[in-house]
Design a binder for this molecule. Structure first.
Ligand code: 691
Length: 446
């Protein structure tokens, strides 16, 4: 071989190296751009968060629902110029159907309510925790998926519904240690805008579009806002007046500016007095500039914000009384909120409230030599049948290895199956925290 090898170490001539079978390309082991894996540590935090979401929802008497992450594209096609529409993760499936990964849960909920029709009795109180998707052209490193907790009340026209929804979010915050000095809710009503646009003679079908433009008020320059509002046909004077109303600082100012208490004022005053009764007054404040970025809201809108102003909105929601009818359903009033899984984790981190979550297992069961593997399986099963968690050592390993694994999986105790004890139906147990050691009959282990 050396004769055939060249100075540069390459080979030639009669020597044939065995063919290297390269039948698999090394695949990219990272998840697709903008998406996340949930290895155990991350999954523990996610389960901790989602369990709080679900426990609060159950505390409020809501029933859990779910729907496919894939929907028809038509469910999300709205012409109000929403960002969520521009970033729709849509495509044509192999049956040439236009489909989309859901960017939010509310349309699916509306679809399900209409599908159920008369077979469900109102009011419905439903909740879901589901993954939502967006496709951004240039991924500015932003995520393309997140999980959202939603709670919705279908069939209640009064603001007691919105008041209860905010109470459920306050309950969640309290459970994870967030207080009214960390977080607040900005509350307003789109009926303010509605009343103004009627006054300005703006056609009703432009309402959603105007709301979406106003929602961008803190994100793009005011001149751009005025220009976009101009395109909808509102006069410059009316635009000035509109922006003035949206900057009022109190409900009283709003009432003066609107020249009397319309529905919007009545709803808001009602909500604030209910907040008192629910016990969360110090969590909410009126803020006329809150409109939220979804076209279908029609009344009260609210969003959770961090008082340090360092993070994007934590959650948001409101009343959407027309959504079901736009899908051909009956005119059923509805309201709900969405709560994403990203900002809340940043907030908890900022406030040192992230929980320390470790794997834990009660028992490691191990055979002390390999012909006791069956006995170890019997012991493991006896413990598992009693509801004890067991990590069964599945191969014969030196004791040193077992101790190392015991500390890594945070086991409470070791259960060792040895030859002599087993003949007397005994196993030996070592409590790892105290070092206490004892022998016990298998069926007395608990
Ligand atoms: C902070 C964050 O991850 N936001 C986020 C991530 N993915 C989404 C996907 C769909 C709709 C909204 C989304 C929002």
């Amino acid at each position: 071989i050396s004769a055939a090898a060249k100075a540069d170490g390459s080979r030639s001539g009669s020597i044939v190296a065995p063919p290297v079978i390269k039948d698999v390309e090394k695949i990219d082991v990272n998840p697709p751009k903008g998406t996340r894996d949930f290895p155990p540590d991350d999954m523990r935090l996610r389960n901790w968060l989602f369990n709080h979401f679900k426990e609060v929802s159950r505390l409020f008497g809501y029933e859990e629902i779910d729907f496919p992450v894939l929907e028809t594209e038509a469910l999300f096609i709205r012409k109000a110029g929403e960002e969520i529409r521009d970033q729709l993760y849509c495509f044509e499936d192999r049956g040439n159907r236009r489909v989309a990964l859901r960017p939010e849960l509310t349309p699916s909920l509306a679809r399900l309510v209409i599908q159920k029709g008369k077979s469900v009795s109102l009011p419905l109180k439903w909740f879901a925790v589901g993954q939502c998707w967006r496709y951004e052209r240039m991924t500015r490193g932003r995520r393309r998926e997140h999980y959202q907790w939603n709670m919705d009340i279908i069939g209640v026209p009064e603001v007691t519904a919105e008041a209860e929804l905010i109470s459920s979010i306050v309950t969640f915050f309290k459970r994870v240690g967030i207080t009214a000095s960390d977080v607040g809710f900005k509350v307003s009503s789109r009926k303010v805008l509605q009343e103004l646009l009627i006054k300005y003679g703006v056609p009703e079908d432009l309402f959603g579009r105007v709301c979406i433009i106003i929602d961008k008020i803190e994100k793009i320059p005011i001149d751009e806002i005025k220009k976009e509002l101009g395109f909808t046909g509102i006069s410059e004077d009316d635009i000035e007046q509109l922006l003035k109303v949206l900057s009022v600082k109190s409900l009283d100012d709003l009432e003066d500016t609107l020249g009397g208490a319309g529905e919007a004022i009545a709803d808001l005053r009602n909500l604030f007095s209910l907040a008192e009764k629910f016990g969360y007054s110090e969590w909410i404040q009126f803020d006329a500039s809150v409109v939220r970025g979804l076209a279908y809201y029609t009344g009260i809108v609210f969003e959770g914000f961090d008082r340090k102003g360092k993070l994007r909105a934590i959650c948001g929601g409101g009343r959407y009384d027309r959504l079901l009818s736009t899908y051909g359903g009956d005119d059923i009033p509805a309201c709900g909120f969405g709560f994403g899984d990203a900002v809340i984790v940043e907030l908890l981190k900022e406030n040192g409230l992230l929980p320390e979550l470790r794997q834990e297992v009660e028992n490691i069961v191990c055979a002390l030599d390999k012909d006791l593997q069956g006995a170890a399986a019997t012991v493991a099963t006896a413990l598992r049948d009693k509801g004890q968690t067991v990590d069964l050592v599945l191969e014969s390993k030196p004791l040193k290895w077992v101790f190392k694994r015991a500390s890594r999986v945070n086991a409470r105790r070791l259960v060792l199956v040895g030859k002599t004890e087993w003949e007397d139906g005994l196993v030996s147990v070592k409590v790892l925290s105290s070092g206490e050691q004892f022998q016990v009959k298998v069926n007395e282990l608990e």
